[in-house]
Design a protein around this ligand. Sequence first.
Ligand SMILES: C[S@@+](CC[C@H](N)C(=O)[O-])C[C@H]1O[C@@H](n2cnc3c(N)ncnc32)[C@H](O)[C@@H]1O
Length: 319
Amino acid sequence: MATGATLHRPVLLTELLSALAVRPDGTYVDANLGGGGHAEAVLESAGPRGLLLGIDADGGAIEMSRMRLARFGDRLSTFHGSSTHLARAITDAGFSEVDGVYFDLGLSSDQLVDRERGFGIRAGGILDLRFDTRTGESAAELIAQAGAGELEQIFRDYGEEPHAAKIARAIVATRGSAPITTAEGLAALVEQSVPKRYGPPSRIHPATRVFQALRIAVNDELTALSTALAAAIAALRVGGRVVVLTYHSLEDRIVKQAFAAAARVCICPPRVPVCTCANQATLRLINKHPITASEEEIAANPRSRSAKLRAAERLERAA
Ligand SMILES: C[S@@+](CC[C@H](N)C(=O)[O-])C[C@H]1O[C@@H](n2cnc3c(N)ncnc32)[C@H](O)[C@@H]1O
């Protein structure tokens, strides 16, 4: 049962508030509510009439955050589902244009220790890896059914795993006699399939990339991010901000490219000497290079090590 207590410490909190330029009485959307840490700070900054819609695919995260943020009353509304439905969630909340949308991608510390989900290699548990357990197939189902080629592609494309083929073959060879249904089982199989590392022991488990890849696959995370980002940009009022915290290069590339495309003024082919496209940029980049965590924050909260923050502002709409 949810208690409103969370293990999760929000990453780049001060930087997110500053990039979002929270306005008094503003209306905000948190596309990854999680433990509600960022949401609490945004609601506090937005003052007594500020509103926030929190979205999360994980029903447990919604329940926990609603308890944590109960003191804000009906200034908080929530949507249990994927951020792919961001446009619908905004309409359901009764908002039209919003002052800001922010994303804090990936998983929370609460999910990492949840043995019902298997997100944490060291915590172990059921190999599910879905944020929303009501829909789609679990990681155990995926690795029970997918062919070696499909698994190899998932590990390579979503995990950048150098031993993708070897691991995929080991899974297919093992699963007939011993189904792989736990995080511990998969982690041990990956460890046995990859060459032993020489030198000092690494803090990174050899199965980390495989777990990341399966999580991205079962949650269709990259498609969800592209869809939700487009919806977020479309929902912003002029001067509104979109802020995204990413944790690996695949996510960061999508955000960087989406922002760059929306900030581009001219879309004429490179060979055309004079601009004829009359294109209008929809975004202005707030920071050209991503903002990262300070040494102090990384020491206090190691999860912040890989975080990158990008932000952009909505420009005048075309007449
Ligand atoms: C890093 S946590 C957010 C932590 C939060 N910012 C805080 O301060 O506590 C990411 C959250 O996003 C959720 N999530 C991941 N992908 C999602 C998606 N496509 N749609 C909705 N929620 C998603 C996860 O369930 C998780 O609770």
